[in-house]
Write a protein that binds this ligand. Structure first.
Ligand SMILES: [Zn+2]
Length: 280
C-alpha cells in the first residue's frame, strides 16, 4: 500500500509547483475522473485568464492561489502529481485532473488504487472549503501549547494524526516522532511529564524538518514511493536505528503502528491482533 504524503511531501511539492507554474496565466482545469471535483461553484472556467499568484500548503492540501479565488487539491493515500513538460493532453487511466497554464508545464493529479479519495475544490475568495476544520500547523505556538500544557486524554498516536487537532501529520511522521521522543504510541498526553512533553514537541518538529529537507531534494511532481526516509514507520522486523533491537508493530485493518519496545515502552510488547490470531 502506498504511503500517504504528509506535511513535508506536500510542502516541498507546493514549492516545486510554485517554481514550475507560479506567476503563469491559468488556462484550464481538465477533469479526467468523474468524482474528483468536489465543488459545483465557482466553475473552474471562471478562473481562466487569471494569474497564479502563489502555490502554498495548508495541512495536507496544496493551495493554488489566483489572487483571491483558489484551487485546492488533496492527494489522500494513492494520489500523486506529475509536472508535464511539455504540457500533455492525454487522458491517463489514473488521471484525476490536469491544470493547464499558458506557456508553462501542465500539472497532472493522478490516483492509483481503488479508494478514489483524491479530490480538488474551486473556492471563491474567503471560502476555506475542506480546510475550514483544520487544526493548527505543527510549527505554530498553538500546537506547542497543546503538547506542552494540553489536557487531551487521547493516545498521542491518535491525536497527532487527527487533522482537526494538528494539520499535516499522518502515520509515517507520527511513528518516527514518537520513536525519536522515546514515547509509547499508547501513551496519552496527560500521562507525560513536562520534560517528556518537551521531548515530544522537539521530536515532532525535528522529524518534520528533516523530512522537509529530504523532500526538497526531489525534482518534478510527487512519485508513488514516498516516505523512503522514515526510519521506523513500515520497518517492523528490522533493527531499531537507535538500539539495534527488532522493531515491532501493532496491526490494524488498513495500517500498522511501528515502535521499538526497548526505546519506547520499557521493553513491553504491545498486543497485536495479527500476532494473537496466529498464536491462537
Ligand atoms: Zn530501539
Amino acid at each position: 500500500m502506498a504511503p500517504v504524503p504528509e506535511l513535508p511531501e506536500m510542502q516541498a511539492l507546493a514549492e516545486r509547483l510554485e517554481a514550475a507554474v507560479g506567476g503563469a496565466e491559468f488556462e484550464a482545469a481538465v477533469p479526467i475522473s468523474f468524482s474528483g471535483l468536489k465543488t459545483y461553484s465557482p466553475a473552474p472556467e471562471s478562473l481562466a485568464g487569471r494569474t497564479l499568484t502563489s502555490v502554498g500548503r495548508q495541512g495536507k492540501y496544496v493551495v493554488l492561489d489566483f489572487d483571491g479565488p483558489r484551487i485546492v487539491f488533496h492527494l489522500s493515500q494513492g494520489g500523486r502529481v506529475d509536472v508535464e513538460s511539455p504540457p500533455k493532453s492525454s487522458r491517463p487511466k489514473f488521471g484525476v485532473v490536469r491544470f493547464l497554464f499558458d506557456g508553462r508545464p501542465s500539472v497532472l493529479v493522478k490516483e492509483f488504487g481503488t479508494e478514489k479519495k483524491a479530490g480538488w475544490w474551486v473556492l471563491e475568495e474567503g471560502n476555506d472549503g475542506p480546510m475550514a476544520g483544520l487544526g493548527p500547523e505543527p510549527f505554530s505556538d498553538e500546537f506547542a501549547e497543546l503538547i506542552l500544557n494540553g489536557s487531551d486524554g487521547r493516545r498521542v498516536h491518535t491525536l497527532l494524526r487527527q487533522q482537526s487537532t494538528v494539520a499535516g501529520i499522518g502515520r509515517g511522521y507520527t511513528d518516527d516522532s514518537l520513536h525519536r521522543a522515546g514515547v509509547s504510541p499508547y501513551a496519552s498526553l496527560t500521562s507525560l511529564k513536562p520534560p517528556e512533553r518537551q521531548a515530544l514537541l522537539h521530536a515532532i518538529r525535528s522529524v518534520l524538518t528533516e523530512g522537509l529537507v529530504a523532500e526538497r531534494r526531489r525534482t518534478g511532481g510527487l512519485p508513488t514511493k514516498v516516505g523512503d526516509h522514515w526510519v521506523v514507520h513500515n520497518r517492523h522486523g528490522t533493527p531499531c536505528p537507535t538500539c539495534g533491537d527488532g522493531l515491532r508493530r501493532v496491526s490494524y485493518e488498513s495500517y500498522e503502528v511501528t515502535y521499538c519496545p526497548a526505546c519506547q515502552t520499557g521493553g513491553k510488547i504491545l498486543a497485536d491482533r495479527r500476532m494473537s490470531r496466529l498464536v491462537r
